[in-house]
Design a binder for this molecule. Sequence first.
Ligand code: DX5
Ligand code: ZN
Length: 208
Amino acid sequence: MVYIAPSLLAADFAELGSELKRIEGADMLHVDVMDGRFVPNLSIGPAVVEALRRRTKLYFDVHLMMEDPLPYISVFRKAGAGTITFHVECGEPPQEIIAAIKASGARPGVALSPRTPVSAIGSWGEDLKQVTVMTVEPGFGGQKMLLDPLRKIIELKIRFPWLMVEVDGGVNLETAPLCKAAGADILVAGTSVFQAEDPYLEMRCLAI
Ligand code: DX5
Ligand code: ZN
């Protein structure tokens, strides 16, 4: 059983309302937030998340690619985030960020960029609900999956068996089986779902 999380980044930003309709049947919506500093790209902020919240009942899985996520946690929670994921490489103390996410009422997650080892997760890992294994360098959709990080899924399942493990970047019909075989619980899929003629069929195929 794997959950499919279409990534909003691959949607047509001029048509967000109708793009939400195209992904009906998804398990959750993956929302990429980029600050132009942690990654060399900008995406969307809380105003867009809040507007989408009014249009859909989908659970929001918010991925913060930000240098200083702390001031924005309660803002994204109020805007409708269910899970809030920060990058362990962001530079702010993980314990503080996790405490802020928990205090906001959201589920805390941490993301590991492709070259970051599982050992970057300290004892604070016990407070997490989710880990995102990045299989592309964060910042842009539509990249090819790096296969090496997939071994981290197995390592995570050994060290933190209660955690949901999400794979983010380059998931498509060819790479999804590898992620599932390694034990992934959530597959983020941007390009493959939004560029499919039939996104529902694509999601079902990814989930098999
Ligand atoms: C990359 C983002 C991903 C990305 C995935 O920085 O975190 O969520 O949108 O897009 P695809 O599926 O196109 O690789
Ligand atoms: Zn993401």
